[in-house]
Design a protein around this ligand. Structure first.
Ligand code: ASP
Ligand code: MG
Length: 431
C-alpha cells in the first residue's frame, strides 16, 4: 500500500488511554505504509458536551459561533494524537481544516466541501510525518470556520482519501464491520467481508448507521474503497467497494436485513378519484420539508369513484404532516384521514435480487409463517421493504435473518433451492 487514510471515531478516542492505544496502532501501520494520513473525530462525547454548553446560554445559538465552538473538539483530539505519536518516536503533525485547507461553502453546521489543498499535506508526508487531520471541519472562502454536519469526520476521511488517491480509507469505529443485521436484535448476525456501496447506501439509509451517508456517496463518486473496522480488536472488518468484480464472490441475493422504527403512516380514505389529488396531498407535505418515503394508492372504486392514499414519513414529522393532510383532505372532500405512529420498516438488501425472482415471495412467506401482517410493500432493484406494526419489528428482523440463513453470511441462493444449471450440467456430463 502506497497511501493510506485512517479515520478514528470519538469512541476510539474517548480518553487519553484510548488515544495512546490509537497511537500504537498508527505507529504499527506507519512501519508498513510510507504515506499515512489519520483523520480524527472529537474525543467521545465532546461534541455533545459543547452543544450542551451552548444551549445553556441560548436556546438557538448562532450557527457561526456553534461552528467556532465545535471545531475545538477536533482541534484537541488531533493535537493529543500527534503528541502521543511523537512520544513514541513517530514524527507527526496535526493540521486543522483551515490549515490543510479544506475549503467548504458557507453553510454553517452542514457545510459541503468545495476543494482541498494538498500541498501542505504532501510536504509533511514527504518529510516522513504522519499527517493527523481534523475531521468534520473546514473553512469557507471568507475564512470562517465551518463544520460538515454530525458524523462529518467520515466525509473528511473519504474526501482526503479521494484527493490523495489513497489505496484505501479505513474507518475505525466501535463495531468491527457491517453486519447482516443489528447484532442487538440478532446476536448471531454475521460480519460481511465485502459489501457494495449501493448495498451500503440502502442499508444505511434504512437505519444501520455505521457511516455518515454523505461519505458513502462521496466514496462512490471518487471510487474510494472504504474499510470499516474496530479500533478495539484486530480483524479485517468489512470492505465497502464499488462493485464485486475482482472479488471471488457472487452477487448475494440478500446481504442484510435493515430496520427503521422512526416511521409513521398516514392514510387518506375516500379521496375523489381525479387527476392531481395525489399531487395536492403530497405537495403540502413536501412544502413543509417533510420527507415522504413510501406511497401507495389503492385501485379506485368503480362505483364510488374514490380511492385511498397511504404514505409514510419520519415519526418526528407525524403530527405536522397529519394536520396538513387533514386540512387538505377537507378541501378535497375526502372521507377520512387516519394515522399510525406504531409502525416500522423492515427491508432486505442484496445486489443479486436484480436478476432473481422468488426473493420477495420467500420474504413474504417467512413473515406470514410468524403471523406478521404486511401493511405496505415497496421494492427497488436491490431492496424489498415492508411496513409492519412496530411491535413485530424484532421478530420480523430475526425471522428474515433466519429465512435467508444470514448467520452464515450473505445469502447466495434461496434456501432449499439449488442452482439448476450446474447440477444439470453435472448430470449431463455424468451420463
Ligand atoms: N465530532 C463530530 C460529531 O460528533 C464529527 C464526527 O464525529 O464525525 O458529530
Ligand atoms: Mg461517527
Amino acid at each position: 500500500m502506497q497511501t493510506l487514510v485512517q479515520k478514528y471515531g470519538g469512541s476510539s478516542l474517548a480518553t487519553t488511554a484510548h488515544i495512546a492505544r490509537v497511537a500504537e496502532r498508527v505507529a504499527r501501520w506507519r512501519e508498513q505504509v510510507a504515506r499515512l494520513v489519520v483523520v480524527c473525530s472529537a474525543m467521545g462525547g465532546e461534541t455533545d458536551r459543547l452543544l450542551q454548553l451552548a444551549s445553556q446560554l441560548d436556546r438557538k445559538p448562532s450557527p457561526r459561533e456553534l461552528d467556532v465552538l465545535l471545531t475545538t473538539g477536533e482541534q484537541a483530539s488531533v493535537a493529543l494524537l500527534s503528541i502521543a505519536l511523537e512520544a513514541r518516536g513517530v514524527p507527526a503533525i496535526s493540521l486543522l481544516g483551515d490549515q490543510i485547507p479544506i475549503i467548504t461553502d458557507n453553510a454553517f453546521g452542514k457545510a459541503r466541501i468545495r476543494s482541498i489543498g494538498i500541498e501542505r499535506m504532501e510536504q509533511a508526508l514527504q518529510q516522513g510525518q504522519v499527517v493527523v487531520a481534523a475531521g468534520f471541519q473546514g473553512v469557507d472562502a471568507q475564512g470562517e470556520l465551518t463544520t460538515l454536519g454530525r458524523g462529518g469526520s467520515d466525509t473528511t476521511a473519504v474526501a482526503l482519501a479521494a484527493r490523495l488517491q489513497a489505496d484505501e480509507c479505513q474507518i475505525y469505529t466501535d463495531v468491527d464491520g457491517v453486519y447482516t443485521a443489528d447484532p442487538r436484535i440478532v446476536p448471531h448476525a454475521s460480519r460481511l467481508q465485502v459489501i457494495t456501496l449501493e448495498e451500503m447506501l440502502e442499508l444505511a439509509s434504512l437505519g444501520s448507521k455505521v457511516l455518515q451517508m454523505r461519505s458513502v456517496a462521496f466514496a462512490g463518486m471518487y471510487h474510494v474503497p472504504i474499510r470499516v473496522l474496530s479500533s478495539m480488536t484486530e480483524g479485517p472488518g468489512t470492505l465497502i467497494c464499488l462493485n464485486r468484480t475482482g472479488e471471488s464472490m457472487e452477487e448475494p441475493l440478500v446481504s442484510g436485513v435493515a430496520h427503521d422504527r422512526q416511521q409513521a403512516q398516514i392514510t387518506v380514505l375516500g379521496v375523489p378519484d381525479r387527476p392531481g389529488v395525489a399531487f395536492q396531498i403530497l405537495e403540502v407535505v413536501a412544502a413543509a420539508n417533510i420527507e415522504v418515503d413510501m406511497i401507495v394508492q389503492n385501485i379506485s372504486g368503480a362505483v364510488s369513484h374514490t380511492t385511498d392514499l397511504t404514505f409514510t414519513c419520519p415519526r418526528g414529522d407525524f403530527e405536522t404532516a397529519l394536520e396538513l393532510v387533514r386540512s387538505m383532505a377537507r378541501d378535497l372532500g375526502a372521507q377520512r384521514v387516519s394515522g399510525n405512529e406504531q409502525i416500522a420498516k423492515v427491508s432486505i438488501v442484496g445486489m443479486g435480487m436484480r436478476s432473481h425472482a422468488g426473493v420477495a415471495s420467500h420474504m413474504f412467506a417467512a413473515l406470514a409463517r410468524e403471523g406478521i401482517n404486511i401493511l405496505m410493500i415497496a421494492t427497488s432493484e436491490i431492496k424489498i421493504s415492508v411496513v409492519i406494526a412496530e411491535k413485530y419489528v424484532e421478530l420480523a428482523v430475526r425471522t428474515l435473518h433466519e429465512a435467508f440463513h444470514l448467520e452464515k453470511g450473505a445469502c447466495l441462493a434461496l434456501p432449499g433451492q439449488h442452482d439448476p444449471q450446474p447440477s444439470t450440467l453435472q448430470e449431463a456430463q455424468g451420463s
